[in-house]
Write a protein that binds this ligand. Structure first.
Ligand code: ADP
Length: 479
């Protein structure tokens, strides 16, 4: 397919531009290392100009009526639907993910645009009587102003729409920096936003050096909110940098999701759930099942059945329909997975299948099953971000809750049980912002997505998501 939406320039103030110093970097297809495109290597100064343009545009955009903002968002959503196949192909080319998952991402990501269009029409205030008979409390919601968004490579489309569209719906303008591995989908979205008719400067996308652009975004006083999805280390740095100008920060950081299977679970459902929660995007999502905890009574049976399913996974080129697992995003990611697996095996983990880098695809890791994991292994504590199922046994509910919560992270947790009392107890006891009960797929636009502890601050999606981009103003009204 010819990629009509491929853009090799940045988009600032409604214009497609080169980097100031004319430098570029290559975007590679993780499957075979081939060059997909080159994009501008921007630094802090281009970010500054984008922020200034967004600030200028804000004075116009904030006065668009909610209906006008909603209509533009709807138009954008319609164009994304019209180009769904090309967007999916672009996602697979730059991120590697299997094409069927890429199509699902386009639909999932576009649901946030459609949701935001509805949310734009539901920004409501409050009024109340006060003690003095001639006074009323009036609370209004106003857009915070310029929003900076920094997004990761594992959902090149959905992470952009999940952040930008509630901000736009709220009346904010946005500057986005997509991950350097996957800038093309973001630029394609900008091309469609331009076609939809967003005024210049309302949505800006620039590519380039993360630290330099990030520093400008997190220190420039014109930016009033920063929304970031990525590693906990970078999130902490950005939060620190944002403190100088007391910006609102919304952070979606790392996870270490437990996936618990109790002996009273529907075993087949739990197996389907764990396959979905573990191997989606070749294991590269922040809500992937990182530690699979199985009650001793069903441990052997579960492992036997899980091994069969893992061995059946089709590893290949993401562009092929049948592919289920494919190349990881880059060498750094691949090395980390290999290191965690080798270290676990050295410390006594049992390898049932996989356990090494693919012989055919340089950046792919073989779907792997490791058992007898213990909290003494790094793999118990670190985000694997690869197609590796790490399983350990547990004896009872109390023990497994302690194990599950034994981490500074708190993004997602899953468990399977048919005991209604246990379902309530465990759902409430898990220290995570998201809990999947008898469900391995949990994210959609209706639901508040976000973490507790070191997994982040704030929520995306749902009616809560837009709050990150609104200020609450109290007006004391006397008459
Ligand atoms: P990962 O290791 O999964 O790539 P990162 O946190 O490094 O996670 O990347 C997530 C996003 O953060 C990407 O867009 C990346 O370019 C950006 N990023 C990385 N380092 C910085 C930084 N120092 N300041 C701002 N953004 C950064």
């Amino acid at each position: 397919m010819k990629l009509k939406l491929l853009r090799e320039k940045i988009y600032i103030n409604g214009q497609w531009l080169e980097a100031d110093r004319g430098r570029n970097f290559e975007v590679l297809n993780p499957f075979d290392g081939s060059k997909v495109a080159t994009v501008p290597l921007c630094e802090g100064q281009e970010a500054r100009r984008a922020i200034e343009a967004a600030h200028q545009a804000w004075s116009v955009w904030r006065h668009f009526s909610p209906r006008e903002r909603a209509q533009l968002l709807q138009k954008w959503a319609g164009l994304i639907d019209d180009h769904r196949e090309e967007l999916a192909e672009l996602i697979t080319l730059e991120c590697g993910k299997p094409i069927r998952e890429a199509r699902a991402e386009v639909a999932y990501g576009n649901n946030f645009v459609k949701w935001a269009a509805m949310e734009a029409m539901h920004i409501l205030g409050e009024t109340a009587q006060m003690d003095a008979s001639n006074q009323r409390m009036v609370v209004i919601k106003q857009p915070v102003g310029v929003v900076a968004a920094i997004t990761p490579w594992n959902f090149p489309l959905a992470m952009i729409t999940r952040k930008c569209t509630p901000a736009l719906a709220a009346g904010c303008t946005v500057v986005v920096k997509p991950a350097e591995d996957t800038p093309l989908t973001a630029l394609a979205l900008a091309a469609l936003a331009e076609q939809a008719g967003f005024p210049p400067g309302v949505l800006n996308v620039l590519t380039g050096l993360p630290a330099e652009i990030g520093l400008e975004m997190s220190t420039n006083p014109l930016v009033r909110a920063l929304s970031f999805t990525g590693s906990t280390a970078v999130g902490k740095l950005l939060m620190q940098q944002c403190s100088q100008t007391v910006k609102k920060v919304a952070l979606e950081l790392g996870g270490n999701a437990p996936f618990i299977v109790f002996k009273d679970a529907d075993l087949e459902a739990a197996l389907q759930g764990v396959m979905a929660a573990k191997f989606r995007n070749s294991g590269q999502t922040c809500i992937c099942a990182n530690r699979i905890l199985v009650q001793t009574e069903i441990y052997d049976e579960f492992i036997e059945k899980l091994a069969v399913l893992i061995r059946q996974l089709v590893v290949g080129n993401g562009l092929k329909e049948e592919t289920q697992v494919t190349a990881l995003i880059n060498q750094k990611g691949l090395k980390k997975v290999d290191r965690l697996v080798k270290a676990a095996v050295n410390r006594g983990a049992r390898l049932h299948c996989g356990g090494s880098i693919s012989e055919d695809i340089p950046l792919a890791y073989q779907p792997t099953l490791l058992t007898e994991i213990t909290p003494h292994m790094e793999i118990f504590h670190e985000e694997i971000f690869g197609p590796v199922a790490a399983v350990m046994p547990f004896n009872d509910e109390e023990e497994v809750i302690d194990l599950a919560n034994h981490t500074p992270y708190g993004l997602a947790g899953y468990f399977y049980s048919r005991d209604i009392g246990r379902v309530w107890r465990v759902a409430e006891a898990l220290e995570s912002g998201i809990v999947g009960v008898n469900s391995g797929i949990v994210s959609n636009e209706f639901a508040p997505f976000g973490g507790i502890k070191e997994s982040g601050l704030g929520r995306e999606g749902s009616t809560h998501g837009i709050e990150e981009f609104l200020e609450t103003k109290y007006i004391c009204m006397a008459f």
